[in-house]
Design a protein around this ligand. Structure first.
Ligand code: WTA
Length: 662
């Protein structure tokens, strides 16, 4: 997206009178009143919400503890259980309401009520208890998208086990690194997973990951029978393998939730940073759930009769907050989808919205862009071929949505009458931090508009000083908020230096994105990451991670990775590689390209495979030996190099690096 185009975007979409009338936050005056309340009495604002929305076993008396900032604590002397807040609380009010409408890859549908889900979670939790797990133990969940993944997460929450979900598309190596970093004691996985009409293996990656070593902490591997494919058994070190169905056989379907401190770590979720290994972002219980619920209420405006569908996998933060926790805690019916948007054809999403009468739909710009493309070629997959009249609200997340895609989504999916909430947030923020509230905010395509009430988010310069509206700078959050990251697991120093850098005074949270506020309205536009993190199809990838994966291949001497704008994925991965020894040509070199792409797929996961690999005798470096990434980015885009390259040590290689080996 070009920032210029958004800054000059003058289309404005006001909420309809009808929407405003019925909205949970009705009109700009209501929005402004909430913001004022938060400014006037910051702690009081959050304390009131926490008392209103959460069910406490023991009420908190202290709202915020800043003694050891930036390691903030919220509601710390309160006690509750997150799973009880998502399930038990509904047993007397809406036991027979459908909690999850699950649609499998093959189109078959299973409905689960809140009461049924409660029993499934309890039964699985009782099974887990047999494995001698104790409160605070870390459990890896490596499961396909589905009811069972939600059950596994909720069962961990019920027992106070800290889960760490690893997306099913990550490799054995990624799994191995996460197991080791988290010191996990168990893995919950399945034999395989269905995607796009195929049964793909999953358990072998667990076996392989554990066999790579360092995973002695894993005592049990629980295996869900999903596809029924052949798997090996007990081939992973000392870990005991047990079927999910055997674990729960004969187990009672009620299980007392363990009451925990508000600050108890609900989960770790690994995400990419600018340097080194992925970081284990640690979230709390009460503060996290509070914001999950409140953003369901204010951003998604959920009502009792809504059918909510967030298309994200539970392997990502969006699937944590807006699938596994937020909708359940709010008692709203949601769709959970196992498959992919293009199977059996690119009309799948629209067909499912029609079939399940979805009223709130939340997806990523990358999905929208790919479906625009598909619908241009086949009329039958165009949203207009479906009855989407049940929709009343649309959402977007994960990356900037370009105004063209926004308009297409608005007109073709939303029929020109559904507001779009373009929600900006991060794994670290736990929930939305900049977003329109649909019954209040005027929408501008390509802008995520205004702060969520209570989130003190702004733009500053490199020294931490405010910049005037209209000037670009660093996106920061100036006050702590309940759903914020608590630390990086095992690495509190990295937490401080990544998010509370001393350059900015050490007291404000650095998001890692560049942003600008509109000079008149104060609307935010996100300008993308300021660090070496790429956003490929809404997934965060560290360039350093991909570089280290490449360099660990025996053929590679040196590698540099940059992002290149991509029509559908937002960004694509371009790798510059220096091979050890003589570089072959023609078919031989093509083979190496294929080998290296596969290698990255194995080291990290298929999402990280470079789209393009280019080779040189060397990489462009300054005389002091620094790789000139800016130059590499220009080369990737095919731009003429007009900048000063006089500091470049070896200008002759630029021509080599222009060539893409296909
Ligand atoms: C980007 C996903 C523009 C941003 C919830 C952020 C966005 C990173 C938006 C976090 C948006 C997310 N507009 N950019 N609406 N939402 N981003 O941790 O660069 O997977 O820092 O969390 O995605 O990605 P993460």
């Amino acid at each position: 997206m070009s920032i210029e185009s958004v800054l000059h975007e003058n289309r404005v979409f006001e909420p309809s009178a009808d929407f405003v009338k019925n909205a949970n936050v009705s009109g700009m005056s209501a929005y402004n009143a909430l913001c004022k309340e938060a400014t006037d009495d910051f702690q009081g604002f959050w304390a009131k919400l926490a008392r209103e929305l959460l069910v406490w076993n023991k009420p908190f008396t202290k709202t915020l503890n800043e003694d050891n900032a930036p390691f903030y604590k919220w509601f710390e002397d309160g006690e509750l259980n997150v799973s009880a807040n998502c399930l038990d609380k509904h047993l007397n009010t809406i036991p027979n309401k459908v909690a999850i409408i699950f649609e499998a890859d093959d189109g078959s549908v299973t409905n689960v009520t809140f009461k049924e889900l409660y029993h499934r979670v309890c039964q699985f939790a009782n099974g887990l208890k047999k494995l001698n797990l104790t409160v605070g133990d870390r459990v890896i969940i490596y499961l396909p998208m589905g009811i069972d993944a939600v059950v596994a997460m909720q069962a961990c929450a019920r027992l106070g086990l800290t889960h760490s979900v690893v997306f099913g598309g990550f490799s054995a190596k990624s799994l191995n690194e996460r197991i080791i970093d988290a010191g996990a004691v168990a893995v919950i996985t399945s034999d395989g997973q269905f995607r796009g009409g195929k049964a793909l293996p999953l358990k072998p990656a667990v076996d392989e990951g554990i066999a790579m070593g360092g995973c002695e902490s894993i005592k049990n591997v629980v295996v869900l029978k999903k596809t029924g494919q052949e798997i090996t058994w007990n081939q992973n070190g000392n870990a005991n393998n047990i079927w999910w169905h055997d674990l729960i056989a004969g187990q009672a379907d009620t299980c007392e939730p363990v009451m925990l401190s508000a600050e108890h770590p609900l989960f770790l979720l690994y995400t990419s940073g600018s340097t080194g290994k992925p970081k284990g972002v640690q979230h709390s219980s009460a503060g996290y759930l509070l914001h999950a619920m409140n953003s369901m209420r204010w951003t998604f405006d959920v009502k009792d009769n809504d059918v909510f569908w967030c298309t994200a996998d539970v392997g990502w933060i969006t699937g944590h907050t807006y699938v596994a926790y937020g909708p359940l805690a709010m008692g709203v019916t949601q769709v959970v989808f196992e498959g992919i948007p293009t199977y059996p054809d690119a009309g799948r999403f629209w067909q499912m919205i029609q079939k399940h009468k979805v009223s709130i739909f939340y997806t990523a710009p990358t999905a929208i862009r790919s479906l625009i493309k598909a619908s241009e070629t086949t009329a039958s997959t165009h949203p207009k071929s479906y009855d989407l009249s049940s929709l009343r609200l649309l959402g977007s997340v994960g990356e900037p949505i370009n105004p063209e895609a926004w308009m297409w989504y608005y007109e073709n999916v939303g029929g020109g009458h559904c507001p779009i909430v373009d929600t900006f947030w991060q794994t670290e923020t736990g929930g939305h931090v900049i977003t329109p509230l649909p019954g209040a905010t005027s929408l501008v395509p390509g802008s995520c508009t205004l702060p969520f009430p209570g989130i003190d988010i702004d733009v500053v310069d490199e020294t931490g000083k405010d910049v005037p509206w209209g000037t670009g700078g660093l996106l920061v959050i100036k006050k702590p908020w309940p759903s914020m990251i608590r630390t990086i697991y095992n690495d509190p120093e990295r937490y401080k230096s990544s998010y509370y850098p001393v350059d900015l005074g050490g007291k404000i949270y650095l998001a890692g994105d560049g942003a600008v506020r509109d000079a008149k309205t104060g609307n935010f536009t996100i300008m993308g990451r300021i660090d070496d993190v790429l956003n490929v199809s809404g997934h965060r990838l560290g360039t350093m991670e991909i570089e280290s994966a490449l360099v660990s291949n025996p053929l590679v001497a040196e590698a540099a990775v940059v992002g290149k704008p991509h029509d559908i994925k937002g960004e694509s991965v371009v790798a510059y590689v220096v091979l050890k020894g003589q570089r072959p040509e023609g078919e031989e070199l093509k083979k190496i390209v294929a080998q290296l792409r596969d290698w990255v797929g194995k080291e990290i996961g298929p999402i990280a495979k470079p789209d393009e690999i280019r080779f040189g005798d060397n990489l462009p470096k300054t005389r002091s030996g620094k790789i000139m990434r800016r130059l590499l980015r220009s080369l990737a885009k095919g731009e003429e190099i007009t900048s000063d390259i006089s500091t470049l040590d070896n200008p002759a290689i630029l021509d080599q690096l222009k060539e893409v080996v296909k």
